[in-house]
Write a protein that binds this ligand. Sequence first.
Ligand SMILES: Cc1cc2nc3c(=O)[nH]c(=O)nc-3n(C[C@H](O)[C@H](O)[C@H](O)COP(=O)(O)OP(=O)(O)OC[C@H]3O[C@@H](n4cnc5c(N)ncnc54)[C@H](O)[C@@H]3O)c2cc1C
Length: 497
Amino acid sequence: MDSSSLSSVIVIGAGVSGISAAKVLAENGIEDLVILEASDRIGGRICKEMFGGVSVELGAGWIVGVGGKESNPVWELAAQLGLRTCFSDYSNARYNIYDRSGKIFPSGIAADSYKKAVDSAIQKLRDQEANGFDDNSNRTELPLTPKTPIELAIDFILHDFEMAEVEPISTFVDFGEREFLVADERGYEYLLYKMVEDFLFTSEGKILDNRLKLNKVVRELQHSRNGVTVRTEDGCVYEANYVILSASIGVLQSDLISFRPPLPRWKTKAIEKCDVMVYTKIFLKFPYKFWPCGPEKEFFIYAHERRGYYTFWQHMENTYPGSNILVVTLTNGESKRVETQSNEETLKEAMCVLRDMFGPDIPNATGILVPRWWNNRFQRGSYSNYPIISNNQVLNDIKAPVGRIFFTGEHTSERFNGYVHGGYLAGIDTTKALLEEIRKDERKNDSQNQNFLLEPLLALTGSLNLTQTDAVSGLHKCDVPTQLYLSSKLGIPEAIL
Ligand SMILES: Cc1cc2nc3c(=O)[nH]c(=O)nc-3n(C[C@H](O)[C@H](O)[C@H](O)COP(=O)(O)OP(=O)(O)OC[C@H]3O[C@@H](n4cnc5c(N)ncnc54)[C@H](O)[C@@H]3O)c2cc1C
C-alpha cells in the first residue's frame, strides 16, 4: 500500500486542466504536489492512436478559435512547438449533401433549407429569451420542425455542431472563428508532454517523476476542515491540505467518486443540470479513395430520415494525403447506440451508408476504429454542454469549491467550456483561486500563532504593567534584554521571541 506523506495539494486527473493546474502550482512554489490519474497515460480527452498508418485524434482534434483579436493560448503553444495543423473550412459542407440515392442536393435547395433552419433556430432562441428559461419551463418547440432528410441533416449540423452553444460564441469572439485540425504524428497530446517538462522530471520524452501516479482510480474523498484523505481503487491512501478535482462532468454525475461527507445539495443539483455531449469520431480505412477530393469537398453530409444517422463525414486527404481514411461523426443517442454494438455491425452500417452515397462498387473498409467515450468510466461522455440559455449560477455552483476540494476541468470554464483551451484556462483559474485560499489560510494561521503567543503575554500585561501595544510591539521588535526578560518571565523560548 502506498501511504504517502502529506502533500500540499493533490490534483486528480492528468488531462489538460489537471496538468495546467499542477504547472501553475509548481510555478508558485508548491512542489510537494501529487497528481493521481486513473488511466495509464496523461492527456484525458486529448488522445491519439495510430490507425491506418497515421496518427488520428480520438478526442479533441481541432484547435478552435484562431485568428481573432486575442491569441488562443493553445494555439500559441502549438505554434511554439511547431505542431502540424490544417485549416478546416466547414462552410462548404452544406453544399455537399447527398441523398440516399447518391445525388447531391442542388446548392439552391441546400442554401434555402439552411437559411430556414438558421432563422428557425434564432427564432427559438429569441422566444426562450423572451419567455425566460427556468428549470420548469419546457424548451420551446422549433417554429419549423425538421421533417425531410435534408431538413433533419441540416438541423443535426446546426444543433449538434454549429449552434450547440449560446450565441455569440465566446471562443469565436475572443480568439477568432478559424479552426485548425491537428495532423501531427506526435499528436495533440504532445502539447501536454511539453507542459509537463517544465515542472516534472522527464527524460527522453518519458515522465519519470513519481509525483505523477498513473493507474490510480480515485474512489473516495474524505474531507474536513483540516485536509483531505484520498482513497484509490487499489487501496492506497493519500493525504493533502487541498485537492483539485478535474474529473469530467460525466464522471461527477456517475458514482465513481464518493465524498465523505457528501457534497452539498446545491452542488449535486448543479452537477445534474449540466448536459453531457457524446461525440464520436469513427475512423474507416480503405484500400483506395472513391470520394471526391477537390477543393471544398473535405466535409460532406448524408441525409437520412433518421436524424444523426451517419450524417457528418470528412475525408483525411487534406491532412494525410494518401491515407485513404474517412471519418464519420455521431453524437448523443447514435453514439451511445453504436458504442453498445460490435465494430463489425457498425462497419456494416457505415458501408451501407457509403454505398448509398457512392454506389455499390466501392471497396469494403479494411479497418475501423470506434472510440467509446460514453462507456469509458473515466470520461462518461465527450464534453459539457450547458443548456442553450442557462443560468450562470449552474456553472458557478459546479465550479465553486467545497471546503478544501477545488473543482476544475473544461466544464468549469465560464467562457470556453467544452474546449481544450477551456480546460487549459480553467486549470489556471482554479489554481489561482486555490493559491489565494492558501495565502488566506497562512495569514489566518500566522495570526492564530501570534494570538497563541500573545495569550499568556496579555494575561500578564496587568501584573507586569505593560500595555497591550507594548506587549505586541515587544513581540515584533524585542531587543536582547527584553527578549531575555520575557523569556524568563513567560517561559517562551528565546528563539520564538
Ligand atoms: C471526441 C471528442 C472530440 C473533441 N473535440 C474537440 C476539439 O476538436 N477541440 C477542442 O478544443 N475540444 C474538443 N474536445 C473537448 C476536449 O477534449 C476537452 O474539453 C478537454 O480535453 C477536457 O480536458 P479536462 O482536463 O477538463 O478533462 P479530461 O481530459 O477528461 O481530464 C480528466 C482526467 O481525469 C481522469 N479521471 C477521471 N476520473 C478519475 C478518478 N476517479 N481518479 C483519477 N483520475 C480520474 C481522466 O482519466 C482524465 O485523464 C473533444 C472531446 C472529445 C471527447
